[in-house]
Design a protein around this ligand. Structure first.
Ligand code: SF4
Ligand code: SF4
Length: 732
């Protein structure tokens, strides 16, 4: 070992020792913070499916690749990071001796070839990612950036480190080429040979370059260890467990969508017949009341801003960005952690748990963080502003986009639950809806005995459950479908089409109440459970004696469809629920319904969030429209998985939209820009919102918003009176 190698070896060992020590400390700290969360035993089920999904999503980059160029570039950088870690290891042999290499594999041409090309592609990948970050930098004049609010220096730092590590990999090899100590042939390692041709014949060159490479890598490790909230770096490790522990591992996409998680206390679902707010946790009032998976979610955020770029609230000037929400919760959790780890925190009655002595050694910042309300405006020093919390439509665009499977909607609703159930703090205008649900069983407060009014004037009898028992489908009408004039037309269209196709169906009529979706999404789990239990009982009775496959329900409202199909199972109601567009597509495909007159004038389709993203039904409505219209469907730029919300979900239908541009107007402008005369929808709430948007723009005469079923009915029975434009709001 020469004198240069003695120095390089000592320096490499020293910086590595410091970096590893700091990294171990950082990992212990992060583990301690994540363990502050509540139990989540359900995350340990289905380990086989979890492992499979984690491997597919990481190795296959299935979620990242939804954004083609970024996904491909990131894949090469990821593979480069994993494989080229071996070359960092090899650098430890090279600081000791410039001709050194990894034992055994370090001498295989195949290893030389693979690492050479992974290095080249990694270089290309990181340059692409750097260009994309620069092109989308928040400071770019006039640009709207998904990186707004991200900690930009951290992104640049990580990218430069990757670039330099890759470059120095080639420099080390270059010195070996220049000193004639490189054992891989030119055909396998062309870039290394080209670099070697430019470097001097310096015998210590490889050792010095290896030291620089180690120093760069360890600087990265030191910096990220000193910044445990640096998700842009830590996600390299945390993405694996975060994906492994996602809510529904068998779901390739939208694991955190569809059903909401039941309300839990100490990891157990709460039953309101026994729950006690002084003993049980009602929603989330403090950051440590999220489950440990929630805290892992917050730690894993890469700050990529994909969620933000798709969020309807953010895109229309509201203060909510799912990314900024996650970052606020993350920063608060880590800042509050010293206080919590010292034994601090509030019990369920609001009393401090720690003694004065326990908190005596804490710095004032941790103590101040411990005192911050989780929800509160800037005056009260809240972590999350109420306007942020209540802007969410629960559309799921954030969950859909997140490459590391963060479950934003669950976290938002958990915080809403505490606000509604314990603090009674929510937008006051929604109170009327909640009272109507409790007292009348529907959000509009319409009399229950008018639930069947939509059947009046039909030229056939609509059978009720109880009057007939050989029905194949129970037609779940929903509150909008029964009381709202526009939605009643959809209900009548569906009933007419089912009758035309000879489908045996029956309705519950006055036996139906609200599915509970708006109550659950606003956070009132108590009212949800009350309504849901009543409905489950009614439905179980209606289907008595039938196996699950024969307990078929067809629903026109995607919110009812989602709640009945995905959430009633949590309360003992197992049903086969289809959306009416699915059933209609089937009836057309099997020849039971025949469109005869194509609807012309151009048609575009708006995907309802709770049908599309939340339940991944994209094809059926398009199939129905494809059969019923003249020409091709005109897609809006934001469609299918990336569809833009109408603004009504998450109980936003019953809240005023006071901040920013109206979401429905944004969507209507996009729909009108297609030039289509008909905007087809598959949801009564979307219908209301988009109709309001069209009318607000004074375009009610040029553009018509109607349900897919009504489009099909026009094509199947053109002679049927269609009832004119659908303009009236509430009928009940
Ligand atoms: S669910 Fe929709 S509205 Fe809510 S934060 Fe996510 S993207 Fe934004
Ligand atoms: S998409 Fe996921 S990882 Fe990216 S900023 Fe949003 S929450 Fe973080």
């Amino acid at each position: 070992m020469g004198s240069v190698q003695i120095v390089t070896t000592i320096l490499a060992a020293a910086i590595t020792a410091v970096a590893v020590w700091l990294a171990v400390r950082a990992v212990l700290k992060m583990t301690a913070v994540i363990r502050l969360g509540q139990p989540a035993p359900e995350r340990f089920t289905d380990k086989g499916a979890r492992t499979r999904t984690m491997l597919v999503e990481t190795a296959g980059h299935t979620r990242m690749l939804k954004w083609g160029v970024v996904g491909a570039a990131h894949w090469f950088v990821m593979v480069g990071f994993v494989v080229l870690s071996l070359l960092v290891l090899e650098a430890y042999f090279e600081v000791v001796t410039p001709t050194g290499g990894l034992p055994i594999i370090g001498h295989w041409t195949v290893f030389g070839l693979a690492t050479e090309w992974i290095g080249i592609l990694g270089l290309v990948g990181i340059l692409v990612l750097m260009a994309i970050r620069l092109r989308n930098r928040p400071t770019r004049p006039g640009g709207r950036s998904r990186f707004t609010g991200s900690t930009m220096w951290q992104g640049y730092f990580v990218e430069w480190i990757v670039l330099l590590v890759l470059i120095f990999g080639f420099v080390i090899r270059g010195f070996k080429v220049a000193t004639d100590h490189f054992e891989y042939p030119l055909w396998a390692t062309p870039v290394s040979h080209a670099v070697g041709a430019m470097l001097p014949d310096w015998s210590d060159g490889a050792s010095v370059a290896a030291l620089i490479k180690i120093a760069i890598s360890m600087t990265w490790l030191i910096v990220i260890s000193l910044n445990v909230t640096m998700g842009v770096a830590w996600h390299r490790f945390l993405a694996f467990p975060n994906i492994f522990f996602k809510r529904e591992p068998a779901k390739p996409a939208g694991s955190g969508l569809g059903a909401l998680r039941p309300m839990t206390s100490q990891g157990k679902p709460l039953d309101f017949e026994e729950a006690d707010p002084e003993k049980d946790q009602f929603g989330v009032a403090h950051v440590e009341q999220f489950s440990w998976k929630g805290l892992l979610d917050f730690s894993t955020c890469t700050e990529c801003g994909r969620c933000q770029s798709q969020c309807p609230a953010w895109n229309t000037g509201k203060p909510l960005s799912p990314k900024l929400l996650v970052l606020s919760l993350r920063d608060h959790a880590y800042a509050k952690a010293p206080y919590l780890l010292a034994g601090g925190g509030k019990d369920l009655t609001g009393e401090e748990k720690a003694t004065q002595a326990q908190l005596a050694h804490l710095d004032v910042l941790s103590l101040a963080e411990g005192d911050k309300p989780l929800i509160g405006d800037s005056e009260s020093g809240g972590v999350i502003d109420p306007d942020v919390l209540w802007s969410c439509t629960t559309c799921g665009a954030c969950v859909e986009q997140c490459p590391v499977d963060i479950e934003h909607v669950d976290h938002i609703v958990d915080m809403r639950r505490y606000q509604v159930l314990i603090e009674s703090s929510f937008p006051s205008e929604a109170g009327v809806m909640l009272r109507n649900l409790e007292n009348k069983g529907n959000p509009w407060g319409a009399p229950q005995n008018t639930r069947e009014d939509w059947t009046k004037g039909l030229d056939f009898e609509v059978p009720r459950v109880g009057e007939v028992d050989d029905f194949e489908y129970l037609f779940w009408v929903g509150c909008a479908g029964a009381f709202e004039d526009r939605a009643k037309k959809t209900t009548r269209a569906v009933a007419t089409l089912l009758n035309e196709a000879g489908v045996k169906f029956a309705i519950l009529g006055e036996g139906e109440t609200c599915s509970g979706d708006p109550a659950r999404r606003i956070g009132n789990e108590f009212v949800f459970q009350m309504l849901a239990q009543q409905n489950v009982e009614t439905l179980n009775e209606a289907f008595e004696g039938r196996e699950k496959a024969k307990r078929k329900i067809v629903a026109t409202c995607p919110h009812c469809f989602n709640t009945l199909g995905n959430e009633y199972g949590q309360l003992g109601g197992e049903f086969e629920v289809v959306h009416h567009t699915q059933l209609l597509a089937h009836l057309v495909a099997t020849g039971k319904l025949t469109p005869v007159q194509p609807v012309d004038g151009g048609v575009t389709y708006h995907d309802p969030c709770y049908l599309g993203r939340h339940n991944r039904i994209f094809a059926a409505p398009r199939e129905v429209l494809g059969d019923a219209i003249a020409g091709d469907l005109t897609e809006m730029p934001r469609n299918s998985e990336r569809s833009f919300c109408c603004g009504a979900g998450g109980a936003r239908m019953w809240m005023e939209e006071k901040i920013g541009k109206r979401i429905n107007v944004d969507r209507v402008e996009e729909a009108m820009a297609t030039g289509a005369k008909t905007v087809a929808v598959g949801c009564p709430f979307c219908s209301t919102m988009l109709n309001d948007g069209v009318n607000g723009k004074g375009a009610g005469e040029q553009v018509e918003v109607i349900d897919v079923a009504s489009v099909l009915l026009r094509s199947v029975k053109p002679e049927q009176p269609q009832g004119g434009r659908e303009t009236a709001p509430i009928g009940g």
